[in-house]
Ligand binder design. Structure first.
Ligand SMILES: NC(=O)C1=CN([C@@H]2O[C@H](COP(=O)(O)OP(=O)(O)OC[C@H]3O[C@@H](n4cnc5c(N)ncnc54)[C@H](OP(=O)(O)O)[C@@H]3O)[C@@H](O)[C@H]2O)C=CC1
Ligand SMILES: Nc1nc(=O)c2c([nH]1)NC[C@@H]1CN(c3ccc(C(=O)N[C@@H](CCC(=O)O)C(=O)O)cc3)C=[N+]21
Length: 292
């Protein structure tokens, strides 16, 4: 069993990005610039956005964090996005999800200019992904592909079982794994809450991507010997003995599943870090298009 270390793999991606930014700056160009919008304050979202801002600084990107109150009107949020769309100094725009209930997420996502949609959530980006055209790939599935690439794990011809069909993880993941991509060409089964006998489906998986948001859902009896296990889940579970009063748990029962796996991603320290690397790569692409 080998652990797929998100720290090592994301560091390698970020070093490549930093080197590229260094060259661009030396040639007299401005720095790539990511704008992140955070509506309200939610502990987990705060952590992710802070991490995105910190990663931008590490690789030489500029970033702007725009904080809006939880009771901001939908129109005000849309206007903020429109201003960023028009701003030539901004290359990528990200609106942290989830949003408060009174705001329509699809409306917000469609308002972001497709050229700056570094999250890859815009219908144009999704359509291009499905058609196999060049596009912004949603950061988490992109990060998983980068992880497979870093560790050179062959996927061709394998049966991949993806648990979860969300727009941000499960659905785009299933599209990528089934696509004609160097780390795709899998036969994919996508599962959700109406899948009968999920355990039996999982046991057929040479690769399992767990993205359902239920801590330690995938247990050893659901996993084929030698399977590749990608754990996307991030759930904060209260734990009085932990430093911050909570622990982060993945969707896979790591201790019992890891002895059966050929490769497995830990949580934390796995897919989450690759997600940020994917976002940074998308931002650099958006930036480079503005130079042409
Ligand atoms: N590491 C990272 O970078 C990221 C981690 N995450 C984490 O990944 C997890 C999933 O996130 P996200 O996709 O946004 O979550 P959603 O809640 O949007 O989607 C969850 C999906 O899992 C399915 N599901 C839920 N329960 C079951 C079940 N018992 N059996 C089978 N399928 C089930 C749902 O089915 P149905 O559609 O039928 O409701 C749904 O399709 C969360 O823990 C989240 O925090 C998310 C983004 C990035
Ligand atoms: N518009 C939008 N884009 C997103 O990409 C997006 C989003 N909304 N909403 C929420 C999810 C979640 N997400 C994560 C990013 C980084 C880690 C991450 O860095 N995890 C680390 C640290 C975990 C921790 O300490 O909390 C790890 O797994 O080791 C996790 C999860 C991005 N998301």
């Amino acid at each position: 069993m080998q652990i797929l270390d998100g720290k090592i793999a994301s560091q390698s991606v970020k070093e490549q990005l930093a080197a590229e930014v260094h060259q661009l700056l030396a040639a007299g160009n401005r720095a790539p610039h990511l704008a992140a919008i955070l509506v309200g304050s939610n502990g987990a979202s705060e952590t992710y956005v802070a991490s995105k801002v910190k990663n931008c600084a590490e690789i030489g990107f500029e970033s702007t964090l725009i904080r809006l109150n939880a009771d901001v009107s939908e129109e005000e949020l849309l206007n903020t996005i429109r201003q960023l769309n028009e701003d030539p100094k901004i290359d990528g725009i990200l609106v942290q999800l989830p949003l408060p209930k009174h705001i329509s997420e699809p409306k917000v996502i469609e308002t972001i200019s497709a050229e700056k949609d570094v999250d890859g959530f815009h219908p144009v980006s999704v359509g291009r992904l499905v058609q196999g055209l060049e596009t912004f790939i949603p950061a988490t599935p992109y990060g998983i592909m980068l992880m497979l690439e870093h560790y050179k794990i062959p996927t061709k011809g394998k049966h991949a079982v993806v648990i979860g069909r969300s727009n941000i993880v499960g659905r785009p993941m299933s599209v990528l794994l089934s696509s004609n991509h160097p780390y795709g060409n899998c036969t994919v089964t996508i599962c959700h809450s109406h899948t009968p006998d999920l355990a039996a489906v999982c046991r057929q998986g040479d690769i399992i991507v767990a993205a359902l948001g239920k801590p330690e859902f995938v247990t050893a009896d659901m996993v084929k010997e030698g399977a590749i296990i990608i754990d996307v889940g991030i759930t904060r579970v209260e734990d009085a003995t932990a430093k911050k009063g909570f622990r982060i748990k993945g969707d896979v029962a790591f201790d019992q599943v890891s002895p059966k796996a050929s490769y497995i991603t830990p949580v934390p320290g796995g897919v989450g870090l690759m997600t940020i690397a994917g976002l940074m790569k998308n931002t650099l692409v958006a930036y480079k298009r503005t130079l042409q």
